[in-house]
Structure formats: C-alpha cells, structure tokens
Design a protein around this ligand. Structure first.
Ligand code: 4AD
Ligand code: MG
Length: 480
C-alpha cells in the first residue's frame, strides 16, 4: 500500500529505492505527471514519466480511471505539492478505462454533487471525499472494538432475524419464506402472516438490546456492533432503513454510570480518529470550509471540523433532566415567537429534532445528555422512577446531528415490568425468555445504543447520512 510504503521510506530516510506500486490514475498532465492513488491514503503519489522513452501506445492508455503498475525510484520531489515522487522506469497497464465512457461517470475529473455520487455508489469510493469518509469509518470501527476490548467487554453477535420487537415501536421489516403459491392460511381462508417464517412470525431486528441484556446478565459487560433495521418511512438526513448500531450492556450499572461510560467511549473514539486519520480529516475539513463559503453567513459553522472534534474531547457533556429541558424550551424565544414548527406547550411532549438542536446548538452550545424522560414517550423496558411518571432514560444530543445515543437503566423488577407490558399489550409469551432474566438473579443493569452512521457523520462533518455508509438503504434507494 502506498501509504505504508511511503511512510516507511520517509521514516528511514532511505530514498532512491526501487519502488513498485499499483493504483488507479487520477490525472495525467502534460504526458508527464501521473497522479496515482491506490485507496490507502488521500494523498496521490506523483509518478513522473519521461515520455520520450516510453512506448506511445502505453502512454495513450494511461487515462483517468485506468489501473496501472509503476516501477521506478522514489525520490524527494522538486515540486512544492508533494514531498516524494516516483521516477517511473516501467509502466504496465493493468486495466484500461475508456475515456469516452469515463466521461459519463463520476470518475471524470470535475466536481460532482453528492447526489450524483450516490447514483453511482459502486464508483464513489474512488473519489477523494468518499474515500476519506470510508477510511475514517473503518478506523472508527476499529476504535469501537478497541475501546470495549480494552475495558473488558465481550463482543456478542445478536440475531438479525428475531421474533421480538425490541423497541415496541412496530417499525419492523418482516422476514418471510412464504411459498407464494401456497401460503399458510387462517381458518377463514385469509393468509396467516403470523406464520411467515417456518410457521413463526419474524422480523429483521431493530436492536440487539434484549438479547444483549441476557448476555450482560451472564458475562457481566458486553457490546454488540451490527446492522439493525427500521421500517420507518423517514426521509431525513439522519435516518436509514439499515444502519449499524453499537450497544453496550452492563450488569450492576446504573444510569449515572451508563452516562459516564457513553461519554468516555465517545471521547475515546473521537480522539482515536483525530490521532489516526489526520490527512483524511484535514481534507474533509477543507472540503467543509469550501462548502461553507457558498452558504449565507448565518448558516456557516463557527468552528472548523477538527476544532469541533477537539471541543467534544475537552468539554464535559451537559447533563440535564427532561423536565429542566422542557422549562428551557417553553421559555425560549423560538417557542414564544412560534419559530419552532412544533410548539412545546407542556410537560410530556416528545422533543422534535428542532428542539434537540436548539438545546445543543443555541442554548448549551455543547453535547447534552437529557435524562429522566416521561415514561409515556419511551420504551417498555426502561426503569420507572419513584415519581411513577418518569423513566431512567438518557439521550445524548450532538451539534449538527441531534440524537446520537439512546439508552437507559433497565426495569429489573419482574412485577413492574410485567405490569408495564400488560399496559402496552405486549404478550408475555413473546418475551418469556426476557422475563426469565428478571426471575433468576435479576440486578440493576443499563446500556445504550449509538447509531454508528450518526457518529461517522459527526466525525466527518457530512450533512447527509447517506454519504457515510457504503450502500445506503432508504425508502428511495436499495439499488446496489
Ligand atoms: O434510540 P434508539 O431507537 O434505541 C434503541 O434501539 C435501544 N434499544 C438502544 C439501547 O439502549 N441498547 O436507537 C439508538 C440510536 C439512536 O440514538 C440513533 O443514533 C440511532 O440508533 N438510530 C438511527 N440511525 C440511523 N437511522 C435510523 N433510522 C436510526 N434510528 C436510530
Ligand atoms: Mg431514541
């Protein structure tokens, strides 16, 4: 890989080495300078060709998008743009790219909109922007595992196909192996959709939490990191139908400890990418600054990307109860002057993203952890507080993103949990195994879910969640 090879040579200061690289041509100027990129870094490597010594047929085939092999000598560059360059002695064409056809794709060397890149999701990884995002995403994944492994959490793979609705929100994709010609029928002759998976009703998981809880109550501290699915028809810049979630679950841990863990974890992974993705972040920061220039002054961000990431590291997340937040919102200018789309009238209302963003971006101006939400607007498994009306829930809200984490202390008391399930019409038969954990050695335990793509969005500064996942699944697109 170019990045590793060049770093090694720079470190040892042993120039003039025999050097061989494979890559894709990004540009070819003056029949002399090839900018080559093999995906390992944002930095192209310049290969200098003495065209008079090369076969003209080969030169003709060095075109944007082609895959080539270059053998030569790595030297300190005379140009100001780069520290090193390759004096090419030999060039082999590995895969041609017809310039006429390349012109019609996003590989053509001009600025393409992010929408255009999405239409060619199979090629966009070869662009600077998307390449940088995907390298950062990969490093972030590693940091996630590294954090939990260092802190003695066990990695658990929870099922993708499941019979339960973890969030109780009914936003599930059904899984079926129906024989369409001969589906199971109810007594009245209509199709029995409850028997769609070998005679049982099943869905794609919305969260690994419930299964994760059973493992935390055996292994102590666990985390999941896998795909989750939501069949909500949300066409926003923060929602996907398929996204990756990280869900730690910890036995003998209350909500305050859960908040400490979430904050520490986020800071660790942000620090990790700041230290390990310097070139990509610098590129993304510049990209964002250019994008900002075309916006009206009021919409421009007051911090650069790297400054924003450092700000998160250096400041405590502000912890605020739902009740305090509602007071702030009720008395805030946008509420009184009706600038919010949804006006907060009273305690108990669910917060919309405009309210979350107001709290984070305008009021506190830092990441916020909201806790103790009304029971009515949260999931069935959250622990009821002594007041009988709020639950030990927490959401972490981030600037530019809104909710990045949702978590809670879990209801560990069997009778209270059963009562709640009955109230919501959740059948015990469906979750008998979950209730068993409360029957045998139940204990205080907590966990949270962090939406991985929202984290990648925050770290890369990308405005649209579709641009931080390789092949986005949304109500409009599942083509690739
Ligand atoms: O708040 P949510 O729905 O919480 C749960 O699923 C819990 N079972 C987690 C737990 O306690 N173990 O989702 C958690 C996070 C959200 O804060 C958000 O970051 C992300 O998952 N998320 C989505 N990301 C992208 N697209 C969607 N449609 C998302 N829905 C939730
Ligand atoms: Mg949530």
């Amino acid at each position: 890989m170019i990045q590793a090879k060049v770093a090694e040579i720079l470190e040892s200061n042993q120039f003039l080495q025999e050097f061989e690289i494979n890559g894709w041509v990004r540009s070819f100027r003056s029949n002399r300078f090839v900018a080559l990129n093999d995906g390992s870094t944002i930095n192209n490597i310049q290969c200098v060709i003495d065209f008079e010594k090369f076969d003209p047929e080969t030169l003709k085939r060095i075109t944007v998008g082609a895959a080539i092999n270059v053998k030569g000598i790595l030297k300190e560059s005379e140009g100001k743009q780069q520290r090193v360059e390759v004096e090419a002695k030999e060039v082999k064409i590995l895969g041609d790219a017809n310039p006429e056809e390349v012109k019609l794709t996003i590989l053509s060397p001009k600025r393409h909109s992010l929408e255009k890149l999405r239409e060619q999701a199979h090629l966009r990884v070869r662009t600077n922007t998307f390449g940088a995002i995907m390298r950062v995403r990969s490093k972030l994944s590693f940091a996630v595992h590294s954090y939990f492994q260092q802190n003695n959490f066990y990695y658990v793979n929870t099922p993708i196909i499941t019979g339960s609705d973890a969030e109780g929100a009914g936003e599930m994709f059904k899984v079926t192996n129906f024989d369409l010609k001969n589906p199971p029928k109810k007594e009245d002759g209509s199709i029995d959709y409850k028997k769609d998976f070998f005679g049982k009703e099943t869905n794609l998981t919305v969260s690994g939490q419930l299964e994760g809880e059973t493992f935390a109550l055996g292994l102590g501290q666990i985390y999941t990191f896998g795909p989750t699915f939501r069949a909500e028809n949300s066409n926003t810049s923060r929602h996907l139908a398929e996204f990756w979630m990280i869900e730690p679950e910890i036995a003998f841990c209350d909500l305050d400890q859960n908040m400490d863990l979430a904050e520490d974890f986020i800071k660790y992974v942000v620090k990790y990418v700041l230290e390990n993705c310097k070139d990509d972040l610098a590129f993304l920061e510049e990209r964002l600054a250019n994008e900002d220039k075309s916006k009206p002054a009021a919409e421009r961000s007051d911090m650069g990307l790297i400054e924003k990431l450092n700000f998160v590291l250096e400041n405590n997340f502000k912890r605020v109860s739902y009740t305090e937040a509602i007071e702030i919102l009720k008395n805030s200018k946008p509420n009184k002057k009706k600038k919010f789309k949804y006006i907060i009238e009273e305690w108990g209302a669910d917060l919309q993203s405009e309210h979350e963003r107001f709290l984070v971006e305008k009021h506190f101006k830092c990441p916020v952890i909201l806790f103790d939400y009304p029971a009515k607007i949260k999931a069935f498994y959250m622990r009821l507080n002594e007041d009988g009306k709020t639950v030990r829930a927490m959401d972490i809200l981030f600037p530019g993103i809104g909710e990045i984490v949702g978590g809670s202390q879990r209801e560990e008391r069997l009778d209270v949990l059963q009562e709640k399930m009955e109230e919501l019409g959740i059948e015990e038969e469906e979750l008998w195994w979950y209730l068993d954990t409360r029957r045998f050695g139940t204990c205080v335990h907590s966990g949270f879910g962090l939406g991985f793509e929202r984290l990648v969005q925050f770290v890369t500064g990308m405005g649209n969640i579709r641009d931080v996942i390789p092949f986005p699944r949304t109500p409009q697109s599942a083509e690739f």
